[in-house]
Design a binder for this molecule. Sequence first.
Ligand SMILES: Nc1ncnc2c1ncn2[C@@H]1O[C@H](COP(=O)(O)OP(=O)(O)OP(=O)(O)O)[C@@H](O)[C@H]1O
Ligand SMILES: [Mg+2]
Length: 292
Amino acid sequence: MADQAEKLRELVSGRTGAGRGGEKKGSTRIIAVSSGKGGVGKTNISINLALAYAQLGRRVIVMDADLGLANVNVVLGVIPRYNLYHLIRKQKTLPEILVDTSYGIQIIAGASGFSKIANLTDQERGDFIAELAALSSADIIIIDCAAGVSSNVISFIAAADDALIVTTPEPTAITDAYGIIKIIATEVESLDIGLKLIVNRVHSVVEGRRVAERVINIAGQFLNLKVDYLGFVYEDPVVHTSVVRQKPFLVLEPRSRAAMCVRHLVGRLENMDYRDGRGIPEFLKKLFGGKG
Ligand SMILES: Nc1ncnc2c1ncn2[C@@H]1O[C@H](COP(=O)(O)OP(=O)(O)OP(=O)(O)O)[C@@H](O)[C@H]1O
Ligand SMILES: [Mg+2]
């Protein structure tokens, strides 16, 4: 652990940091997207959020951290040759595994090898961290996490600037959203991320608000945890169509209700308790440096 911390200090003091080198103002904002229940819309929301950010002129990378069922690339209709596994195994460098898309965003494909992140040797972990530091060139990194509460998911959430928890109005999804928030509250020692709720597949503004209030009130009451309501996405057939056509709905139907909702989410993210992201060095320190 000690030499790992040393490596991080080098990284922090050396290559990166807000405004350093004059190439980029502000540091990278890392947004983890997660949910308790599967299938609630994380991947679609992650990708379309990324696109909406890109349309604002930001440099965005989507990292597919869903290990078992990696599918960011499927929804975007791209076939990556390399993924995080090749990076960890040192067969490829970060620029080599970054996949350009025709939508102005880049993706990093997931890999089942990535689930062994906790088992990396110190050397492997150090090399991996050094590679990931190159992500600092992005303005926004959106991490599409797996559903549920595996330790990888929790570490990504704890290391991010914002954790977006996606639910739908279904009672099972709501219960599971509360479940993951509870795990985050209990497992993460010093929680200084913005926990934000997105209610997907709603039929009305009121429905979204009602669902959000339920989760937010319970989290406040029983966990003493502040969760913000980021907003909702309408139930919209364009989402299904876009998955089938492997084209994000923000591109397929920019005027659809779902697309307007996603742009609104980005607007809220930009305005709500806005602060600069902590940046990649801090993210990596939190991701690999244990709970402190
Ligand atoms: N707003 C919406 N309106 C209509 N259908 C939707 C909406 N959001 C998601 N869906 C449907 O739900 C499916 C699952 O979405 P998605 O793959 O984004 O979920 P996920 O949370 O990433 O799933 P997983 O947990 O398996 O990774 C979509 O293919 C689509 O058919
Ligand atoms: Mg998914």
